[in-house]
Design a protein around this ligand. Structure first.
Ligand code: ATP
Ligand code: MG
Length: 427
């Protein structure tokens, strides 16, 4: 027999047992975003490779070694999107929606990066991303952090830490870059291979190293904060005061630089210690230079993206999955007439009770075998219809998980009784 074909390494199926948690997360996030007036945008998953080179930066990890890039049949170089911001800005520019106006947007969907797969790190993963355009902040920086904070509350996640930093303007960073390079050059022998490479291409990223052997060196590096101009300092201080005012705790982390090149001023991450090395569940910041970099005029912008797999992993540690609503009723039908009329009864119930989750048994079989299926479906109650019951104009309602005895219910009272049992009015 031929070997079964398997999914691509690092690309996971999200199975039916798991989708209820995904729905919960996505629905809650979507509803919070709607409450802040953010609108959804849907972009293609494939873009021209050039878009990512120009936006994310040629010397970033993503562009250097993580992109899924291929030639299509016309010979054009295309890339599966590694993140959503570039495509979002491209779309806004292309449709004339970005100059002299304010946009509050969000998107969701799969992203692709050729990384080493491990817990919390996949080659296809999912983000919900949020961006605003046309606002200088820091009020909108604050708004977005408050959105994330509210999302954690809405989905019942605690124990996340907000880390925040400022990267200044690109001019300020240029000046600081030179100072930083001098410092690392003076300690060249302590740099690992990655950092030596970065010293030429992207020295700020050395601050972001995950190599514990370099921790001390990095801790002693000059701080960008001391090289910021007044306006950048004021921006940061106003944002921190806003967080204080809103009662959102944070840790100012001067070593937080983020992997993408396009950030300026505010950067932040929400991190947890519960996911090992893959502890960042949400990351973002301000990127005032990006629109210009992609061919537009200067437009201030802020955004963040949440990694949904990592959030789901945290939700899986709670008892949330057990508390989510499942199937209410499984309709068992034994006898020819019962099977015919049962399907119609199920339709009537669905007409009357739009919130009811009801599986009507298909495929016939004995009472015993149908009941087994009812049990397997995890339904709270079985609804039992036999030819005898039908003749008496009633149906049996039997709790499946030890919530009392079976009761016989007159067909004309059925929807009323079900409404009561499942509290469908208040759900
Ligand atoms: P990391 O430092 O973990 O590689 P990053 O800085 O590359 O993250 P971003 O590009 O900022 O990540 O993406 C935002 C969020 O998307 C991350 O905080 C994380 O939650 C999630 N994410 C990024 N890459 C992956 C991946 N390969 N698998 C799963 N989630 C990811
Ligand atoms: Mg990364």
């Amino acid at each position: 027999m031929a070997k079964n074909i398997q999914a691509i390494r690092g690309m996971k199926d999200i199975l039916p047992q798991q989708t209820p948690l995904w729905h919960f997360l996505e629905d809650r996030v979507r509803s919070v975003l709607a409450r802040y007036g953010y609108d959804e945008i849907r972009m293609p998953i494939v873009e021209q490779t050039e878009l990512f080179k120009r936006s994310i930066g040629e010397v970033t990890d993503i562009v250097e070694k993580e992109m899924y890039t291929f030639a299509d049949r016309n010979g054009d170089s295309l890339t599966l999107r590694p993140e959503g911001t570039a495509g979002c800005v491209r779309a806004m520019l292309e449709h004339g929606l970005i100059h002299n106006q304010v946009q509050r947007l969000w998107y969701r969907g799969p992203m692709f990066r050729h990384e080493r797969p491990q817990k919390g790190r996949y080659r296809q993963f999912h983000q919900i991303g949020v961006e605003s355009f046309g606002l200088e902040g820091p009020d909108v920086d604050l708004e977005q952090i408050l959105i994330t904070h509210r999302i954690w509350q809405e989905i019942g996640l605690d124990g996340l830490e907000l880390q925040i930093n400022t990267l200044g303007t690109s001019q300020e960073r240029q000046a600081y870059r030179a100072i930083l390079v001098d410092y690392f050059r003076a300690h060249q022998e302590q740099l690992d291979e990655d950092s030596r490479r970065r010293l030429e291409s992207n020295p700020l990223r050395i601050l972001d190293t995950k190599n514990p052997k370099m921790a001390e060196l990095v801790a002693g590096a000059p701080s960008l904060m001391e090289h910021l101009g007044e306006a950048s300092k004021a921006h940061f201080e106003t944002l921190l005061a806003g967080l204080d005012g809103a009662g959102v705790a944070y840790v100012a982390n001067p070593r937080l630089v983020r992997g993408l090149d396009y950030y300026s001023r505010t950067v932040f991450e929400w991190v947890t210690t519960r996911l090992g090395a893959q502890g960042t569940v949400c990351a973002g910041g301000r990127f005032d230079g990006l629109v210009e970099q992609l061919g537009g005029r200067r437009v201030p912008a802020v955004g963040f993206a949440m990694g949904l797999e990592r959030l789901i992993a945290l939700l899986e540690e709670t008892d949330l999955a057990e508390r989510l609503p499942g199937i209410d009723l499984y309709l068992v039908m034994v006898g020819e007439r019962a099977q015919r009329e049962g399907m119609l009864l199920a339709e009537r119930l669905r007409d009357q009770l739009p919130k009811l989750r009801l599986i009507a048994h298909c495929g016939g079989g004995s009472f015993k075998s149908q009941f087994k299926k009812a049990d397997k479906s995890n339904a709270r109650y079985a609804l039992i219809l036999g030819d005898d019951e039908l003749a008496r104009g009633e149906v049996g309602l039997k709790p499946m998980r030890g919530e009392g005895e079976q009761q016989q219910v007159a067909l004309e009272r059925l929807s009323e009784v079900i409404t009561d049992v499942f509290e469908l009015n208040t759900k």
